[in-house]
Write a protein that binds this ligand. Structure first.
Ligand code: FES
Length: 170
């Protein structure tokens, strides 16, 4: 019986060595395969993250009437829920034709903030965190982030909440 001069190893022998000494040996082909598959996996993961961040870039908010202009006197306050039924907000009429609204949840540890008319600012009773009535920025205390603002629009006799704004406009 004739044998092939160049003896060929079966493929399974290259992939699964039966010799203990060869077990730790990684061929160039195996390394290339590993690197290619890892790179493809990372590429696919990055595409997934990019697509997800692109899809959820702008959260959508409901457009909702939150108060009637006539029901709040100058310096008066109204509480309402926005954007969801659990999201408590505070609206303050700061002048005859000026209104501001913020999330009522303190950005420190989520205590309910209130409007202090004598100090003309929003205050948190838990750790004396104070926020500007103009833009919700932190004036004093442990909070490091401003109060999220509810963007309002006046439509005739009503004040309409149109979206949330996380940072004051620069
Ligand atoms: S919870 Fe508001 S200052 Fe701490």
């Amino acid at each position: 019986m004739k044998t092939d001069p160049v003896e060929r190893k079966p493929l399974w022998r290259e992939e699964f060595s039966i010799f203990k000494a060869d077990e730790k040996y990684v061929s160039r082909r195996q390394l290339t395969k590993f690197l290619t598959l890892t790179s493809l996996g990372m590429f696919a993961g990055n595409i997934w993250i990019l697509a997800k961040s692109w899809m959820y870039k702008e959260p959508s908010y409901p457009v909702k009437a939150v108060a009637k202009v006539a029901e709040i006197p100058v310096g008066g306050v109204k509480l309402f829920q926005y954007p969801g039924p659990e999201d408590q907000c505070i609206l303050v009429r700061t002048a005859e034709d000026a209104y501001v609204a913020y999330s009522q949840k303190c950005t420190h540890l989520s205590c309910a903030v209130f409007y202090s008319k004598e100090n003309n600012r929003i205050e948190c009773p838990c750790h004396e965190g104070y926020f500007s009535i103009k833009d919700g920025s932190v004036l004093q205390g442990p909070p490091t982030r401003p109060l999220p603002r509810v963007v309002l629009e006046r439509r005739g006799p009503e004040l309409i909440a149109i979206r949330m704004q996380q940072e004051p406009e620069g």
